[in-house]
Design a binder for this molecule. Structure first.
Ligand code: SAH
Length: 249
């Protein structure tokens, strides 16, 4: 299948109706058609969005709406979040060009997502945590933050170029990759286990989990990998509880 058809563009709480329309236009220019909007506010001017989408109003009409990012990426394998900022929790960010072949390899067999943040505050740390990869578009230190639709354009352009280059050949899939829904179940089980075994206290849990997510997302997690990791967490939690119950009070 054409990997571009498996790529979902996710806009988290976009503020400007014009930006939504412009995003539809750049998506269609680059052969990407699946648009998801998280929690759109009720003051959007959809006529304005339609005007800026020009000939891509079909994408606007076909948009999907979700309450949370978790729901929008539940069926996605790779989830690449984008951020204008670098530093804390964003050290492993890569350029769109570097990630394009990795995203396309997944999208050849599964739905994959690119996630874009609010115009004023971007993505929260919790939202970035849900992402398997982070993309930073290199830009001038004087003004690093691009307009939302321009950021979508740069990312989609790199995917379009890589997909269309004669050098790109999608891989044969050997084992099924884990989706966002399976990954989130795994991370919940590991965070319970880390508390129940006393590996860390609740005030350090979020920070620890950011590190653990980064480690697990460094390679491709298959469904079988997640079964093993989920089993370890559940068994360890069970043993920790057994020990607690046996301890004299
Ligand atoms: N002030 C916000 C910028 C938001 S710009 C912040 O500090 O994060 C709106 C969205 O466009 C961002 O959330 C991101 O998805 C995308 N974006 C803008 N500039 C970008 C850049 N240089 N690299 C990657 N994404 C960028």
């Amino acid at each position: 299948m054409n990997p571009l058809e498996n790529i979902r563009i996710v806009l988290v709480e976009p503020q400007s109706s014009g930006n939504i329309g412009s995003v539809c236009r750049v998506m269609m220019n680059m052969g990407i058609t699946d648009l998801a909007i998280i929690n759109p506010h009720d003051r959007h001017n959809w006529d304005e969005a339609r005007r800026l989408s020009c000939h891509a109003d079909t994408l606007l009409d076909a948009r999907k709406t979700f309450q949370t990012l978790e729901e929008a990426i539940a069926e996605c394998t790779i989830v690449a979040g984008t951020s204008a900022r670098t530093g804390m929790y964003r050290d492993h960010a890569k350029m769109p060009r570097e990630l394009a072949p990795i995203i396309l390899d997944s999208a050849a067999h599964h739905k994959s997502a690119l996630v874009f943040g609010r115009e004023d505050t971007g993505l929260t740390n919790e939202e970035l945590a849900i992402c398997t990869h982070i993309i930073n578009i290199p830009s001038s230190k004087i003004y690093q933050s691009l307009n939302l639709s321009h950021a979508v354009m740069v990312c989609c352009y790199e995917l379009f170029l890589t997909a269309g280059s004669g050098d790109y050949h999608p891989p044969h899939e050997r084992s099924t990759e884990a989706t966002g829904e399976i990954r989130e179940r795994l991370f919940k089980a590991w965070s319970h286990m880390m508390l129940e075994t006393g590996f860390c206290k609740s005030d350090k849990l979020e920070h620890m989990m950011m590190g653990l997510r980064r480690i697990f997302n460094r390679g491709k997690l298959t469904e079988n990998d997640t079964k093993i990791l989920l089993g370890i967490a559940k068994q360890s939690s069970w043993v920790a509880n057994e020990l607690k119950n046996k301890r004299p009070r």
